[in-house]
Design a protein. Structure first.
Length: 525
């Protein structure tokens, strides 16, 4: 990880002042004349980004500052200069959001898995990497090693947003290493001036005055009992369900809230009273890449999806299996595959694995739902929302997506479906709604309730906060929580004693060089 982080910074610095301006002054003036509706902050950002001489540059956009509009103008200007503009994002949902700016977009993971090699016959490219705080250090490093000499990169994000669950925080590290970064900080989302003031306070990190401001506006509600609190959120949701989103920090409360809102929607006739019980898969979000390496982190009955497959085990990409037994001492798990065969392996030997629990969910026609995994066949993105138009007990579902497109399938063919009323903070990142109901429980802990949760959740058009303890709300939402980098961890350690170089040490050094050049490598323990 140290090698990845250092090499990423080295490559960014090596790209400084290596090019002509991204866009010539004449084109920039044309864009200014065309995009007269841009704010002064958006105009300044456009001018600085389009005039950069660097290979890699950054755009730091606070929540609600009109990032999509700015990217649309950047795309048009770059295409005018002969660039092919390609969008990448850490998740399929954020890729869909990026596509709203007119940029052809896909996920960073899919781009890297495709093993794309430089093609000298293609024209120069401008890559726009959005929501980069959710990208892992290894991914960013591998991506930068795919660039051709004439390619340029705009890395877009916000250091105050939620970070990736995987290792590293490359976006912030690149800024600290000297990446030219333009700030887009004029909030345009909120029409209510008092709510805009609170959003600006949140953006500056002034949580105390922001919460006091929201409280004075009657937007903070204290309900001590957890069941009553979640029930009240559900009732408030149903009072005006259109364009409303509920945000809860943890998966357990999110599930309870979704079930309560579904019940309230049935009782008030907002959805069909007829329910259809279907078995779906619920992602174990606490299972990071690191956790999935160890048998002790799995549970009997877990459903495992192998997105990359395994030639050694004969597992095809996209295949599912169920965990049947665990050997924690030997670090081996036994799975039952779809063909009925049993297979035992060391989970450290596989990558591209997702772990789910099978749960029963009751859906009705009219229910808001979200897809919890992408599908090329439908096609849908992870986190994409829609409304059930038709459903039966056999699992046949027809959904009208929020985009207006209709998809029809059987749940057995795509078992990744959940209610779409309430989402976690990570699930809400990049989404906007007319009305947001935020659940904040002071007992959940700083890992989930902190300043990042506040920053992602609060800056919306209309906000209501429900908490168990008003007196602790400011403390909870002010907590700073950032993952350290591998480089920082090394710098905090005492200096290691000097040792003679051995053949084994040479081998480790070679592996580190492979890391730095984005080359795949085997596990070393």
């Amino acid at each position: 990880m140290i090698a990845y982080e250092r090499d990423t910074s080295v490559r960014m610095r090596a790209g400084k002042n290596q090019h002509e301006m991204l866009v010539v002054p004449e084109t920039r003036r044309e864009m200014e004349e065309k995009y007269t509706h841009l704010t002064s902050s958006q105009r300044a950002a456009l001018e600085r980004i389009l005039s950069t001489h660097d290979t890699i540059t950054g755009l730091q956009g606070v929540a609600g500052a009109g990032r999509t509009t700015s990217l649309a103008a950047i795309r048009e200007a770059a295409e005018h200069e002969g660039y092919e503009v390609k969008g990448l994002a850490p998740t399929s949902r954020t890729a869909r959001k990026l596509a709203e700016s007119g940029i052809e977009s896909g996920t960073l993971r899919r781009y890297l898995n495709a093993g794309e090699q430089p093609d000298r016959g293609q024209k120069k490219r401008l890559y726009v990497l959005d929501e980069s705080s959710l990208a892992a250090a290894k991914q960013i490093n591998e991506f930068l090693h795919r660039l051709r000499d004439e390619d340029r990169v705009l890395i877009v994000g916000d250091t105050r947003h939620n970070e990736t669950v995987e290792a590293g925080r490359p976006y912030q590290q690149l800024q600290e290493a000297g990446m030219q970064t333009t700030l887009l900080d004029e909030i345009v989302r909120q029409k209510d001036p008092t709510l805009r003031e609170a959003a600006e306070q949140i953006a500056r990190g002034d949580i105390l005055p922001a919460v006091e401001n929201l409280d004075r506006q009657g937007r903070v509600h204290e309900i001590v009992d957890p069941t009553e609190r979640l029930t009240e959120i559900a009732r408030e949701y149903v009072r005006e369900p259109k364009a409303t989103l509920a945000i809860s920090p943890d998966n357990e409360s999110r599930r309870k809230l979704n079930a309560l809102i579904h019940r309230e929607m049935r009782q008030r006739g907002e959805v069909s009273n007829e329910e259809h019980k279907l078995r779906v898969l619920d992602l174990r979000q606490e299972m990071t890449d690191a956790n999935r390496l160890w048998a002790a982190q799995y549970e009997l009955g877990d459903v495992v999806r192998y997105s990359r497959g395994s030639k050694v085990l004969g597992i095809d990409p996209g295949e599912y299996a169920r965990v049947e037994s665990l050997d924690t001492k030997g670090n081996r798990i036994t799975i039952e595959r779809e063909n009925g065969e049993y297979q035992t392996y060391d989970p450290r030997r596989l990558s591209g694995v997702a772990v789910y629990q099978e749960v029963e969910c009751s859906f009705s026609e009219g229910d808001r739902v979200q897809f919890t995994a992408p599908s090329k066949d439908l096609p849908v993105a992870n986190g994409e929302l829609g409304t059930i138009e038709k459903i039966n007990d056999a699992g046949d579902v027809q959904i009208c997506m929020d985009s207006g497109r209709q998809v029809a399938f059987n749940v057995r063919e795509h078992i990744h479906l959940d209610y779409g009323y309430a989402v976690t903070s990570h699930g809400s990142q990049g989404q906007t709604a007319e009305r947001v109901l935020i659940h904040v429980d002071s007992d959940i802990g700083e890992q989930l309730v902190n300043s990042r949760f506040a920053y992602v959740s609060i800056p919306q058009h209309d906000v209501q906060i429900y908490t168990n303890d008003r007196s602790k709300l400011t403390r909870d939402l002010s907590r700073e929580l950032s993952r350290g980098t591998a480089t920082e961890s090394q710098e905090q350690q005492p200096a290691a004693p000097k040792v003679k170089t051995t053949s084994a040490r040479h081998k480790v050094h070679e592996q580190e060089q492979d890391h730095a050049h984005g080359i795949g490598f085997g596990m070393a323990h």
